[in-house]
Design a protein around this ligand. Structure first.
Ligand code: ADP
Ligand code: MG
Ligand code: ZN
Length: 571
């Protein structure tokens, strides 16, 4: 360090003994912070004393300090693995400014620069060295580290090692070499996303089996969660931004590059300053857009998931999703970019049937193993469950990360603020399932709605569906409500869209329970638009309560036919 920091130097002569007074004095003098936050002190103590650990702390929680401070307190240099060059650059610049001797080793350095860093490391002149993962695993780098005095290894954004995670980076896999080559040097892995599976993968790959986990609360109380029924996503988005976040900075996530471009253009047309960001853009334009988002006021960035990691903009007031993310982890990570300054912020998502269908198809068509697909489907299902829940979203979200919420209602999510009405949709579900069945399980959502509502479209006439007993049995619900029923049946696994036959909606085996009246289905009533509770009496009034003893004879016929078909399939 260029500035004398007595405490730090002294403690370097007393390895492996954590002194609170030393730690605090470095915290004040180097980092300019008044004290520790949350679990930081315990983590710093543990690592300074030479222990391994896994740190799970939300974005903005203060993870960097957990390895930076022990690196100063322990003899030798702290080696930090970080996935992004920009992230490393920013951190090193901040540290140098604070008088810490920090350096980076990545592909942006020239041969001479890299040699100089190596010289400094071996001469014991560095406190912290940030290394790109692909660099660290090279024989040359490992040999260099073998000759240096190392205080600790920190693996930042450790979830990148998880193949089933949402942000897997192949270059992270090689990091298992750290535990193998340097078993006696403390390792600290840090991440802001860790559902149970991801946590297990980190532990296994980084050799942290016996290491304690430090888990901070993942709650972001200032973020209000809202998930709305998707009708016209771009219009809904425009209304959301102009009504509630006019002139404020936000991020809008879309799945595809084309949709990013399209949405950004639509927002600009509506008078909202929006810039696109995706991997297909020219690198310079991408950087310009990112810089403008960070430095100008009130810029909306419309992006694919390529955008966000390591972006530290405190006053992002909203994060929107126009497409369903892949998992709750991804949703949490992306929405977590809102409100790092602690001020009220929104996480808003528009979600519909097509989202589930699309994500399912992407999983089905992926090249992964069956296990991979199974895990992906489970993760998607958990997210769909969050989108469909009528209970507190925050409780559900935190529950996914294994955290018990303090109350059952947070008071700062759409479901808590305006509890959705639920209605018994068992009969509606039976009608819909029979309609899909009676029409041969060959048609998509639009046509089924036409048949249910009793619309004499050309297609209905062409297939003679107006002659079926299911024609017009669904007049008690609006089109929008039928779409919601359909979506919820798909979300709960009673119906699926068959990608091999133009997304025709087909019954799953579980649908039998619904048709038999064994499963009672409570649906959330969609708010906004024309959505309202279904009229209590069916217009055609020919369906009784959903019990098997007095179920509609037509439904029983469907059920019988269905059963024999399933039986045939089994044989
Ligand atoms: P993370 O990596 O967990 O997202 P950072 O390490 O980047 O978080 O820290 C986020 C912010 O919190 C930084 O601005 C940092 O200075 C601040 N911070 C960290 N620890 C403390 C603390 N003990 N007291 C006050 N601010 C802190
Ligand atoms: Mg960080
Ligand atoms: Zn809530």
């Amino acid at each position: 360090m260029s500035v004398p920091v007595g405490a730090s130097r002294q403690s370097k002569n007393q390895p492996d003994v954590f002194q609170t007074s030393d730690a605090l004095s470095v915290l004040h003098s180097v980092f300019g912070l008044p004290g520790f936050r949350g679990a930081q002190e315990d983590i710093v103590r543990h690592v300074t004393d030479g222990g391994n650990c896994l740190v799970l702390m939300p974005t903005g929680g203060g993870k960097s300090l957990c390895y930076q401070l022990p690196s100063l307190l322990r003899p030798g240099c702290g080696i930090v693995v970080s996935p992004l060059i920009a992230l490393m650059r920013d951190q090193v610049a901040g540290l140098l400014e604070a008088g810490v001797k920090a350096a980076v080793l990545n592909s942006t350095l020239s041969w001479d620069e890299a040699n100089e860093v190596e010289r400094q490391l071996l001469a014991g002149e560095l406190d912290l060295l940030y290394v790109a993962p692909e660099r660290l695993v090279t024989p040359r780098c490992l040999a260099m580290l073998g000759r240096a005095r190392i205080a600790l290894f920190a693996i930042d954004e450790a979830h990148c090692v998880a193949q089933w995670g949402h942000d897997f980076r192949p270059e992270y896999i090689g990091l298992s070499v750290i535990a193998e080559r340097f078993p006696n040097i403390p390792r600290i892995a840090l991440t802001a996303t860790a559902d149970d599976l991801t946590r297990q993968e980190i532990v296994q790959r980084l050799g942290l089996d016996d290491a304690p986990n430090f888990v901070a609360s993942f709650d972001r109380p200032n973020i209000k969660y809202e998930i709305v029924d998707k009708t016209n996503a771009q219009k809904q988005l425009q209304a959301f931004i102009s009504d509630r976040h006019s002139g404020e900075a936000g991020v809008v996530y879309c799945l595809s590059r084309a949709k990013v471009e399209d949405t950004a253009a639509a927002l600009n047309k509506a008078g909202i300053l929006a810039l696109p960001y995706h991997a297909g853009l020219d690198a310079r334009l991408r950087e310009t857009n990112q810089d403008r988002f960070i430095n100008e006021d009130g810029v909306v960035i419309v992006a694919t998931v390529a955008f966000g990691m390591g972006i530290d903009k405190p006053d992002v007031r909203f994060v929107c999703h126009l497409d369903l993310p892949k998992s709750i982890e991804a949703y949490y990570q992306e929405t977590g970019r809102a409100g790092r300054d602690g001020k009220p912020s929104n996480a808003w998502m528009a979600y519909g049937l097509s989202d589930i269908v699309q994500q399912r198809r992407m999983i089905d068509e992926s090249t992964g193993s069956e296990t991979f697909k199974g895990v992906s489907i489970r993760k998607l299902d958990a997210l769909v469950g969050l989108a469909e829940t009528v209970d507190c979203r925050r409780t559900r979200l935190l529950g996914y990360f294994g955290e018990e919420a303090t109350g059952t209602r947070c008071g700062n999510c759409d479901n808590c603020l305006t509890p959705p009405k639920v209605w018994n949709g068992s009969v509606a579900a039976q009608k819909l399932l029979s309609c899909a069945y009676r029409t041969g399980q060959k048609f998509g959502a639009m046509h089924l709605v036409d048949v249910l509502i009793g619309r004499l479209t050309d297609k209905v006439k062409q297939f003679g569906h107006d002659k079926l007993s299911v024609f017009g049995i669904g007049g008690e619900l609006t089109e929008k409500q039928w779409r919601a029923v359909m979506r919820q049946l798909v979300a709960r696994g009673f119906l699926y869209a068959d990608a091999d036959s133009f997304n025709a909606l087909k019954l799953t085996e579980e649908a039998r329970g619904v048709l038999k009246g064994e499963i009672e289905l409570m649906f959330r009533e969609e708010t906004g638009g024309t959505g309202r509770a279904p009229r209590s009496k069916s217009r055609r009034g020919d369906l009784a309560a959903p019990r098997s003893d007095n179920a509609n004879p037509d439904l029983l016929a469907v059920l019988r036919a269905w059963r024999s078909e399933v039986a045939k399939k089994r044989n």
